[in-house]
Design a protein. Structure first.
Length: 175
C-alpha cells in the first residue's frame, strides 16, 4: 500500500515537472517578448513625435497596431507639456498659489485633435520645440503568466506588461 502511494505521488510530481513547469516558462517568455515589442513600439512612437514636432493619425494608428500585434490589450496615456511663455518666472515666484509654466494636454484632447482635426482641418497634433511629450502604456488584459503568478504569489494585479517613455521635443515641425 505504501509503495503504491509513493508511486502515485512520484507520477504526479513527474507530470508537473514535465508539463506544467515548461508551460509556465513559455507563458513568462511570451510576456517578456510582448514587453520587448511594447517597449520598442513606445520608444519609436515617442521619438518620431519628438523628432518631427507633430503627431499624426497615421503614426498613432501604426503605434496601436504594433501594440495589438502582441495579442494584449493596452491602455495608452499621452501627455503634452507645452511651455507657457506668457507666464514669467517672477509671476510664478510671487504667486501664493501653485502656478506652472507648462500647460498640460492629455490623451483625450490629443486623440480628439488627430481624429476630428484641428481648427485648420488638419488631422495632426502640433508640438513646439522645447515642449515635452510622454507616453505611458499598460496592459489591461490578464495574461496566462499573471494567472499563474496570482495563484502562486497571491498577486491580483493584471498589470504585467508596460512602459513609460518621453522627453523634450527637439525639432520644430515644418509649417
Amino acid at each position: 500500500m505504501g509503495d503504491s502511494l509513493s508511486i502515485i505521488f512520484a507520477v504526479i510530481v513527474a507530470l508537473v515537472i514535465m508539463f506544467i513547469v515548461p508551460l509556465v516558462d513559455t507563458w513568462e517568455l511570451q510576456d517578456n517578448l510582448s514587453y520587448v515589442v511594447t517597449y520598442a513600439a513606445v520608444t519609436d512612437f515617442v521619438d518620431t513625435v519628438r523628432n518631427t514636432g507633430y503627431l499624426s493619425l497615421d503614426n498613432y494608428q501604426s503605434f496601436v497596431s504594433t501594440l495589438s500585434s502582441t495579442g494584449n490589450r493596452f491602455a495608452v496615456s499621452m501627455e503634452h507639456r507645452a511651455f507657457n511663455s506668457a507666464i514669467s518666472a517672477d509671476m510664478i515666484k510671487n504667486n501664493n498659489k501653485y502656478m506652472s509654466a507648462y500647460l498640460n494636454t492629455y490623451t483625450n484632447t490629443i486623440l480628439d485633435t488627430i481624429i476630428n482635426g484641428d481648427a485648420e482641418g488638419n488631422h495632426i497634433y502640433k508640438l513646439d520645440k522645447g515642449d515635452y511629450f510622454y507616453v505611458t502604456v499598460k496592459n489591461t488584459n490578464i495574461t496566462q503568466a499573471s494567472i499563474v503568478n496570482s495563484l502562486v504569489a497571491k498577486d491580483n494585479s493584471n498589470f504585467k506588461i508596460g512602459c513609460a517613455y518621453g522627453g523634450l521635443v527637439w525639432s520644430q515641425r515644418d509649417e
